[in-house]
Design a protein. Structure first.
Length: 77
């Protein structure tokens, strides 16, 4: 198993986006108060997806092990 660390932040402010459910392959994790979610997975390539309220949906390919920060754009103008 290997560690995959995902961080979600606001693209404009850099503020963390907490309590977002993130799908990674067949696994589901939730970001903490710092916008971070960690999961142990078999090494490989995975699709990460999330639909945080008030932000554009996330769908990206990642490689495990790894550490990624995603800057999400707000839907509000």
């Amino acid at each position: 198993m290997a560690l995959l660390r995902i961080k979600l932040v606001d693209a404009d402010t850099g503020a963390p986006i907490p309590f977002v459910t993130v799908g990674i392959g067949g696994y589901t994790v939730v970001t903490d108060t710092n916008g971070v979610a960690e999961v142990d997975l078999p090494p490989g390539t995975y699709i990460v997806h999330a639909k945080p309220p008030f932000y554009r949906p996330l769908r990206e390919t990642v490689t495990c092990p790894g550490e990624y920060t995603f800057r999400l754009k707000s839907l509000l103008l």
